[in-house]
Ligand binder design. Structure first.
Ligand code: NAD
Length: 363
C-alpha cells in the first residue's frame, strides 16, 4: 500500500519529468488509437499528443467516417487505420497501435477497455473510470490478465501548480493542514449524454465533482475514513430526471483534516480548492480548467503569492500522454493507474449511499 511519503516522492520526481523526457527523447514513439472523436479528443488530447516527443496518433475509432477522415488527414493517420465501432476488435491486427485512448461516454469506458486489453493494447481511459466499482474492477482485472497497462486520465495530477500545492500542504509552508474546500460545477445544457444515467453513471459528481474528490485525496495524501453527503434536484426544467443536479459532501481524514466539497450541473458554482493550514493557506481558482489557472497562497514565512499559471492548453494533455508513453516504453507503473480510478469510484458510491440514506457512512 502506498504511503504519504511514497506519494510525495513520486510528486517531487514528477516535477522533474518534462525536462527528463526531453533530455532523452526516445527513438520509438508509442502509437495511440483514439476511440471517440468528441470534444475532449479533438480539442485537447489529440493536440496534446502532437506536443509530445514520445507519442503519435496511428489509428481512429469513430462512428462518423467523414469526421474521421478529416481528423486522420490532420494527424497523418492512414485511412486504413480508421475503424467504426462495429470493427473495434480489429485493432488487434494493427501492430502500429500500442495503446488506446478512450474518450467515450463514461458508461462505455469499461467495455472498450476490456476489449482493448483483449486485443493486446494498453489503455488510457478518460475519467471517471467507469459507471460503477464493479466495472472498474473488471477493467483492472482485464488489463492485469492481458499484462497491459491501464491509466486513468487525471490530467491535474500532471499539472505543475497542482503538484506545487501538494508540496506546500506537506512541507510546513502553511503549518499543519487543517481543512480543504473544493468546488466544481457548471450549468449543463439540455440534451447532453451526461444527463442520462446509463451513459453517465450519475450527475455532476461523476463528471466534475470527481476533480474535487481527487484533489482532496492528493492534497492530504490520505484516504478519507468517513463521509456524509446530500444531493438535490431543484431546477424544475426537466434536465434532472435521471441524475442529480447538486451534491454536497464532507470527508474526514485520519489526520483530522476535514474537506467540504460541492458540485453542480445547475449553476456555475465555482472551480477551486483552498487548503488551509495552521499558519497559512494555498488556493487555486480556477483550479480544474484546461488553462487560465490561478495560484494564490499565504505562506507561514509571511509571503503572499497571487499569480496566473503559465500553462496554456493543451499542455496538461501533453504531459499526461508523455507520462503514459514513458511508462509503456520503460515498463513502469503509471502515477494514476486503474486502482486510482477505482478508489475514487468507491468513494463516489459511498457519497451516493450517504446522500440516499441521509446519514454519514464509514469508508
Ligand atoms: P463528447 O460528447 O464530446 O464525445 C463523446 C464521443 O463519444 C463522441 O465522439 C461520440 O460520437 C462518441 N459516442 C459513441 N457512442 C456514443 C453514445 N452512445 N452516446 C454518445 N456519444 C457516443 O464527450 P466528451 O466531453 O468528449 O467526454 C468524453 C469522455 O471524456 C467522458 O468520459 C468525460 O468524462 C471525459 N472528459 C474528460 C475531460 C478531462 O479534462 N479529462 C474533459 C471532458 C470530458
Amino acid at each position: 500500500m502506498s504511503t504519504r511519503r511514497d506519494f510525495l516522492k513520486t510528486t517531487a520526481a514528477a516535477t522533474l519529468l518534462p525536462s527528463v523526457i526531453r533530455a532523452q527523447a526516445p527513438a520509438r514513439k508509442i502509437g495511440y488509437c483514439i476511440v471517440g472523436l468528441g470534444r475532449i479528443s479533438l480539442n485537447q488530447f489529440m493536440p496534446g499528443i502532437a506536443g509530445t516527443q514520445n507519442s503519435r496518433i496511428v489509428a481512429i475509432v469513430s462512428g462518423h467516417r467523414d469526421k474521421a477522415e478529416k481528423t486522420a488527414a490532420l494527424y497523418g493517420v492512414s485511412t486504413s487505420a480508421i475503424y467504426d465501432y462495429g470493427h473495434y476488435d480489429d485493432i488487434a491486427k494493427n501492430p502500429d497501435i500500442d495503446a488506446v485512448y478512450i474518450a467515450l461516454p463514461n458508461g462505455m469506458h469499461a467495455e472498450y477497455t476490456v476489449r482493448a486489453a483483449r486485443a493486446g493494447k494498453h489503455v488510457l481511459s478518460e475519467k471517471p473510470m467507469a459507471n460503477t466499482v464493479r466495472e472498474c474492477e473488471q477493467m483492472v482485472a482485464a488489463c492485469k490478465q492481458a499484462q497491459r497497462k491501464l491509466m486513468i486520465a487525471y490530467r491535474c495530477r500532471y499539472q505543475g501548480t497542482h503538484l506545487r500545492a501538494v508540496q506546500i500542504c506537506h512541507d510546513g509552508s502553511i503549518g499543519d493542514l487543517r481543512f480543504i474546500e473544493a468546488t466544481f460545477g457548471f450549468n449543463i445544457a439540455k440534451g447532453e449524454w451526461r444527463l442520462t444515467k446509463k451513459l453517465a453513471g450519475g450527475g455532476p459528481l461523476m463528471d466534475v465533482g470527481i476533480y474535487c474528490l481527487n484533489a482532496c485525496r492528493y492534497l492530504t495524501g490520505e484516504e478519507p475514513r468517513s463521509l456524509s453527503a446530500s444531493s438535490s434536484v431543484v431546477s424544475p426544467d426537466g434536465r434532472f430526471t435521471e441524475v442529480e443536479e447538486n451534491v454536497f459532501w464532507n470527508m474526514r481524514f485520519p489526520s483530522g483534516v476535514v474537506a467540504t466539497c460541492a458540485t453542480s450541473y445547475g449553476s456555475n458554482c465555482g472551480n477551486f480548492f483552498k487548503a488551509v493550514g495552521t499558519k497559512g493557506w494555498v488556493q487555486m481558482d480556477p483550479a480544474y480548467s484546461y488553462d487560465g489557472l490561478r495560484f494564490k497562497a499565504h505562506l507561514a514565512a509571511g509571503l503572499d503569492i497571487d499569480t496566473p499559471v503559465d500553462d496554456a492548453s493543451p499542455k496538461q494533455f501533453t504531459r499526461e500522454a508523455d507520462h503514459f508513453s514513458q511508462c509503456i516504453l520503460e515498463n513502469k507503473d503509471p502515477r494514476t493507474p486503474g486502482e486510482e480510478g477505482l478508489r475514487d469510484m468507491k468513494l463516489i458510491e459511498a457519497i451516493y449511499k450517504s446522500a440516499t440514506a441521509d446519514k454519514p457512512v464509514a469508508v
